[in-house]
Write a protein that binds this ligand. Structure first.
Ligand SMILES: Nc1nc2c(ncn2[C@@H]2O[C@H](COP(=O)(O)OP(=O)(O)O)[C@@H](O)[C@H]2O)c(=O)[nH]1
Ligand SMILES: [Mg+2]
Length: 137
């Protein structure tokens, strides 16, 4: 998405797309998720945010505040603590609501821990993103 050497990736309006944000803690995932969603909302997309960060206390409150301000629907289970289950529930809900850009924010860590990558893979596999959701422009 940000690599200038590659053709820019763009979701298509009305077609289901899913974007998962992955990075180390404090690198700007939650902030960028909302900016990305807001940018697309202004272009006429129906974006939605799923908070699959169960690691950092306050992660959901932060997302909730940003998303509410930007008027973007968001999801996070208050009862579940498994990020994979939360991601699946959120993605399912927004698919049913015909959102065309579902953005999943994941947990960051302080360094590249193997557990983080395992969790990312599990979230990705469990949410079954569409095969070619986002095509080069
Ligand atoms: N100056 C600046 N600060 C940012 C930017 N994106 C995020 N931040 C700040 O960096 C900190 C961490 O961002 P956050 O989105 O919570 O990162 P996350 O831990 O990866 O979700 C917060 O204090 C943000 O306000 C940016 O583009 N510019
Ligand atoms: Mg975050």
């Amino acid at each position: 998405m940000l690599d200038p050497r590659k053709p820019p990736l763009a979701p298509a309006k009305g077609k289901p797309s899913m974007v998962m944000f992955i990075s180390l803690q404090g690198s700007g995932k939650t902030t960028t998720c909302t900016k990305y969603a807001d940018q697309h909302r202004r272009k006429g997309f129906r974006p939605a945010l799923v908070c699959a960060d169960t690691f950092r206390a306050g992660a959901f409150d932060q997302l909730k505040q940003n998303a509410s301000k930007a008027k973007i629907p968001f999801y996070r289970s208050y009862v579940k603590s498994d990020p994979v289950k939360i991601a699946v529930e959120g993605v399912d809900r927004f698919r049913k609501e015909k959102c065309d850009l579902i953005i999943v924010g994941t947990s960051g860590r302080h360094k590249q821990e193997a557990a983080l990558f395992k969790e990312m893979r599990q979230v990705l596999e469990a949410t079954k993103p569409p095969k070619s959701p986002i095509a080069p422009r």
